[in-house]
Design a protein around this ligand. Structure first.
Ligand code: TYC
Length: 84
């Protein structure tokens, strides 16, 4: 049986610096500069954007790590997951 997959999504807000979101996409989702910038702008313009698709435990770890990292840096950036 194929494992269920989960979308990991970043949410827009008015305060997190664009550069911080790009850093998150590079650090936790292994995006190139160009791809990180594209996803960040998609979140900024549309309100939410896809960071990646993973199995449950990997998705959960990404969400936890990103939210913990953002909190530690005092930014309100939020990361969520949803079943595909
Ligand atoms: N909207 C933010 C700004 O104008 C940038 C931003 C982009 C914040 C993506 C969160 O997931 C996000 N500084």
């Amino acid at each position: 049986e194929k494992p269920s997959l989960y979308r990991v999504i970043l949410l827009n807000d008015d305060f997190t610096p664009m550069d911080f979101v790009i850093l998150v996409l590079k650090k936790f989702f292994l995006k190139s500069d160009a791809e990180a910038t594209r996803v960040m702008m998609q979140v900024h313009n549309d309100g939410a954007g896809l960071a990646g698709v993973y199995t449950f435990e990997v998705a959960e770890t990404k969400v936890y790590s990103v939210n913990e990292f953002s909190r530690r840096h005092k930014h309100p950036l939020k990361c969520i997951m949803e079943k595909e």
